[in-house]
Design a protein around this ligand. Structure first.
Ligand SMILES: Cc1cc2nc3c(=O)[nH]c(=O)nc-3n(C[C@H](O)[C@H](O)[C@H](O)COP(=O)(O)OP(=O)(O)OC[C@H]3O[C@@H](n4cnc5c(N)ncnc54)[C@H](O)[C@@H]3O)c2cc1C
Length: 457
């Protein structure tokens, strides 16, 4: 019998464990993680495989540290980016939680440099963006870099190792709910974990499982937007006037044709594009190392779609689009912007006769117009032209577009302000899997928040 069971060792789960251990050192806590320990995590693609072998359990997304473990750890230190925590508490409270979580990252070895704190520089860039009809969001960033990020996570694992029970390579299969109160979890190895409180933090990887399990228990969910788009890769100097000052810029544009919000996301100066695998579907992402620099910068351009009644399956919608790209290219597609505009596919020869060398080697040159719906494609093209005004060269015919990047934030669990699941007592649902966060720092902050709530009861 545990006081608290936590599902998922991503930042949300880890930070709830860290806070509980601090507030209630004598409590029995179990953390269940379907992937490996941090030191055993492996992504074959990162180790030189040319195609994603679609492992049974994706090493990039599963294991200690969650989806962010191999990311370059950009902690975006503002409530305006990376989640919806302000929907559940005051902005001041979210700021405090972010500040607290950031300090914990520092305690466990994060770098102390923060980009984008100089207000004067930001104001000038904001002015330039406004002239191009772009909104620049103020978002200071602490950049750990992939290597440092792994060290920080390892330090957290070592710290918690003898304070709580950590179960690796085992999944939560079913929740035990009796009389509208959670009682524990049944694992996929048949074992039962009894606990007074349960925190579910399965990330986007576990979002399908969560949706299914909650539907079974009649727990309310609301549709979230789905973000579909491409990853843009261009020569690093094109974006240097911005990235040198802010590291990462969060820009929002309302496309003239459809009025949809298109935003830049996860900008990686001198970084590389990577493939990830969601339940067998190859999608694209990006990161950058603290010490290894490529000649390119990459970022996502995402178009948000909020579906209305009767459609209730935004995750499936995003998956279908990504699957279509997989069907045509056997994985990720890559296309030069010029080829897209000319209405022709990119070929290996056309990609070769370019000024940019793709950092994702396994992408197949192809035609994104056969994959992306007209609505999203038009919005992306319009956004590229808007960005070209503040970073000339963005709309170059050599700019590479990789598809598809999808963010599955869809199922948003109905939660109280304590992030307790509506209708089931003592069940807390946090992080990206709950649809309440979209990034490392807010996921971490959500973990701290529920830990405090639970410990105060
Ligand atoms: C390549 C990449 C780069 C990124 N870069 C950044 C960045 O620079 N900055 C940023 O802010 N965000 C970034 N993100 C997003 C960030 O990683 C996520 O927002 C964050 O990890 C979410 O935390 P989480 O704890 O909610 O979920 P996750 O980190 O996804 O962790 C969930 C964990 O739960 C486990 N799990 C799932 N289901 C079960 C189950 N049934 N039983 C047991 N365990 C289960 C999974 O294996 C996983 O380890 C990046 C993501 C990726 C993939």
């Amino acid at each position: 019998m545990y006081n608290v069971a936590i599902i998922g060792a991503g930042p949300a789960g880890i930070f709830s464990a860290l806070e509980i251990v601090k507030l209630k050192p004598d409590w029995k806590v179990v953390l269940i993680e379907k992937g490996d320990k941090i030191e055993d995590r492996k992504c074959l693609l990162r180790e030189g495989y040319s195609k994603c072998p679609t492992c049974k359990k994706c090493g990039l997304l599963c294991g200690w540290g969650g989806a962010g473990a191999f990311s370059d750890g950009k902690l975006t230190l503002t409530p305006d980016v990376g989640g919806h925590l302000v929907d559940y508490m005051s902005r001041k409270e979210v700021e405090e939680l972010i500040d607290y979580s950031d300090k914990l990252y520092l305690e466990f070895g994060a770098t102390d440099e923060v980009f984008g704190t100089d207000r004067k520089t930001f104001d000038e860039l904001e002015r330039q963006a406004a002239l191009a009809e772009l909104k620049l969001v103020h978002s200071p960033v602490r950049h750990l870099g992939t290597e440092r990020s792994l060290d920080v996570l390892k330090n957290m694992q070592d710290y918690l190792m003898d304070k709580i029970t950590i179960l690796n390579n085992v999944s939560a299969k079913n929740l035990i709910v009796e009389c509208e109160q959670v009682k524990g979890i049944i694992l996929d190895n048949g074992e039962t974990i009894e606990a007074e409180y349960t925190i579910i933090a399965p990330g986007r990887e576990g979002a399908d499982w969560l949706t299914h399990e909650f539907a079974k228990n009649k727990i309310g969910m609301v549709n979230n937007a789905v973000d579909v788009g491409v990853r843009v890769e261009l020569p690093a100097p094109v974006f240097e006037p911005i990235t040198n000052k802010l590291y990462e810029s969060k820009l929002i544009y309302y496309s003239p044709t459809f009025g949809d919000a298109v935003r830049t996301f996860c900008m990686n100066p001198n970084g590389e594009v990577v493939q990830e695998n969601y339940n067998g579907i190859a999608t694209v992402n990006g990161h950058s190392y603290a010490n290894i620099k490529t000649r390119n910068t990459n970022f996502a351009l995402l178009v948000s779609e909020q579906f209305t009644e009767p459609f209730k399956e935004p995750i499936a919608y995003g998956q279908r689009i990504a699957s279509l790209a997989n069907m045509l290219g056997g994985g990720i597609l890559v296309q030069r912007f010029g080829d897209l505009l000319d209405g022709r596919r990119s070929t290996p020869d056309r990609i070769k006769s370019s000024i940019i060398e793709p950092t994702l080697k396994c992408a197949t040159p192809g035609d994104l117009s056969l994959v992306l719906p007209y609505r999203q494609l038009t919005s992306i093209i319009e956004m590229l032209y808007a960005l070209d005004k503040i970073a000339p060269g963005t709309a170059s015919r050599y700019t590479l577009l990789y598809g598809i990047e999808v963010k599955f934030y869809s199922a948003r669990v109905k939660l109280t302000n304590d992030l307790e699941t509506e209708g089931v007592k003592n069940l807390f649902t946090i992080g990206d899997g709950a649809g309440v966060t979209r990034g490392l720092i807010q996921a971490s902050a959500s973990g701290v928040h529920v830990a405090r709530v639970i410990c105060s009861r």
